[in-house]
Design a protein around this ligand. Structure first.
Ligand code: SF4
Length: 287
């Protein structure tokens, strides 16, 4: 079957060749472990059961998980994917957190058809999604955590080769919003939507454009996570404007915009998190 799972619409048969995401139809994973550094309603006290999928359909030049997005990982069967979910449940995970899952949606649905964990399923993605794929996931996913990375098409083209990112991601987030209602119990999200945005250096207009869309299109009770952790990784060094962390003033302006728009369920990261210490080691743990 020719792959049109995401807005790239490569049209390749992934049993024979690879498209932009760089991976075949066989699931490849880089890590599966409890993770403490998601938003508090996702990580809770015991951790989120994160499964990091290899490959990526966006491949930002500044990717904070660069090697994984470029394909580092180990191939596993659908049955092994199911066992990994069970192992994370046994370790006490609050949820099964599928990180960068877009290009494996069919395999994930096959696994969830065979085994449905007793904890929420989180779809944690770059936001570069097609509405058709999100609609297929209806009933499989409890919590969506999409990024909304760019409002600026030029930046989306320059850093991710995706000039249609904003149009695609906002349509996908609108579809996600229709599917899931926000439910929090005992300080943990059971279902819902969290929109994330990573502030880029020298790109405040991009951030303000993202927050403007959120304000005009989502209810003020929406969970919005503003991230200040940008660290120059991957190919960032090739872009002069990406060679530094964000400045406190850039962060302050973005936070003020969010607060001024009364998004009372916002998550705001400490700027101290702009270090590699919060990026887990990708060493095939749990795979
Ligand atoms: S999932 Fe991969 S192969 Fe399929 S359309 Fe997207 S980038 Fe192309």
């Amino acid at each position: 079957m020719n792959c049109e799972l995401c807005p790239r619409k490569c049209g390749v048969d992934r049993d024979r060749e690879v498209g932009f995401c760089g991976v075949s139809n066989t699931v490849k994973l880089a890590r599966a472990a409890l993770h403490e550094w998601e938003e508090p309603i996702i990580s809770g006290t015991k951790g989120s059961g994160t499964i990091f999928f290899s490959g990526c359909n966006l491949k930002c030049v500044f990717c904070q998980n660069y090697d994984v997005s470029r394909g580092f990982g180990k191939e596993v069967t659908t049955d092994r994917l199911i066992d990994i979910m069970k192992e994370l449940e046994d370790k006490g995970a609050h949820n099964i957190n599928l990180v960068t899952p877009t290009h494996y949606v069919n395999q994930i649905m096959m696994a969830l058809d065979k085994y449905k964990p007793s904890i929420p399923i989180v779809y944690n993605s770059s936001g570069y999604e097609s509405v058709t794929t999100i609609e297929k996931l209806n009933g499989y996913i409890d919590i969506y955590i999409p990024d909304l990375k760019y409002s600026n098409d030029e930046l989306a083209k320059k850093y991710s080769k995706a000039p249609n990112y904003f149009e695609s991601a906002t349509a996908a987030i609108t579809a996600m919003r229709k599917q899931v209602k926000d439910v929090i119990k005992d300080d943990l999200m059971k279902s819902g939507l969290i929109v994330r945005h990573l502030i880029l250096p020298n790109a405040l207009d991009n951030t303000l454009g993202v927050l403007d869309w959120v304000t005009k299109n989502l209810d003020k009770s929406t969970y919005v996570s503003l991230m200040g952790q940008f660290t120059p990784y991957g190919e960032a060094q090739k872009y002069k404007e990406l060679t530094r962390k964000i400045k406190p003033l850039e962060y302050k302006i973005a936070i003020n915009k969010l607060l001024e728009n009364e998004f009372y369920n916002s998550f705001i990261q400490d700027l101290d998190s702009a270090s590699g210490a919060y990026i887990p080691p990708f060493n095939l743990e749990g795979v």
